[in-house]
Design a protein around this ligand. Structure first.
Ligand code: PEP
Ligand code: MN
Length: 245
């Protein structure tokens, strides 16, 4: 799982957040023929400031089941605690991911890992928000120690105070070192959260491919400007199709 096949990258795409049943299904139908391997959507959203849209919650999980039934696409969501793991698995979500704000916290990661014991579901682990390779490695080890055998790492960039054209500084040396230390863990580039804009998505995706990453995670929304979260970085299914050509 998550590896390149026939030299084609493993592609994950879908909206930042599941907003409505219609938006989720429209996105999934728009992506169905692009050849993606996994449909993403955020159901519980970790927002930096209170008052922003915090996700629909468990009520959005039946929408993802419909995505699977209608398009045949497998689904993935972010989980941040044991109860979210339980709810996701109960509703048939295929792959779970640990977000950057959870990877920084060994208590959170351990709680997620404990909830995963005895359930060998594939798990993707994003880098921590801060450029600390040990935290990223530690999170992967905690999940692996819970008995999870299919694990991938997602590089989504790192917080930096200095202004730059990126929302999250890529610091490519960290994922490269992660791969040196854990050569069997597939590495996926989340170009959307690195860029924080639409214009740089292609360049960052290309750089990841040049570095022989296994795949890409990209945020796609039918009406990006109207998205309830991360509007600036989302692209339509049509633009996504052109991006992965
Ligand atoms: C997301 O994927 O929408 C998200 C919140 O990601 P991250 O954990 O990388 O900030
Ligand atoms: Mn997002």
């Amino acid at each position: 799982m998550f590896q390149r096949k026939d030299n084609r990258p493993f592609l994950i795409a879908g909206p930042c957040s599941a907003e409505t049943e219609e938006q989720v299904l429209q996105t999934a139908h728009g992506l169905k023929h692009t050849g993606i391997h996994l449909f993403r959507a955020g159901v519980w959203k970790p927002r930096t400031r209170p008052g922003a849209f915090e996700g629909v919650g468990a009520g959005a999980l039946p929408w993802l089941r419909r995505v699977k039934q209608e398009t045949g696409l497998q689904t993935t969501i972010e989980v941040a605690n044991g109860n979210q793991v339980y709810e996701a698995l109960k509703h048939g979500v295929d792959v779970l991911w640990v977000g950057a704000r959870s990877t920084v916290n060994p208590f959170s990661v351990q709680e997620i890992a404990d909830a995963l014991k005895g359930v060998d579901v594939p798990v993707l682990i994003k880098n921590p928000v801060n450029p600390d390779l040990e935290l990223w490695l530690g999170a992967i080890e905690r999940v692996a120690n819970a008995g999870v055998t299919r694990i991938g790492a997602i590089h989504r960039g790192f917080s930096a105070y200095a202004k730059s054209r990126f929302r999250n500084a890529p610091y490519w040396e960290l994922p490269i070192e992660l791969r040196r230390r854990m050569p069997d863990v597939p590495l996926i580039c989340d170009n959307s959260h690195i860029c924080g804009n639409r214009e740089d998505l292609r360049e960052v995706a290309q750089q990841a491919m040049d570095l022989n990453y296994d795949g890409l995670m990209t945020e796609v929304h039918p009406l990006p400007d109207e998205a309830w979260s991360d509007a600036k970085q989302q692209i339509t299914p049509e633009i996504y199709q052109a991006l992965i050509q």
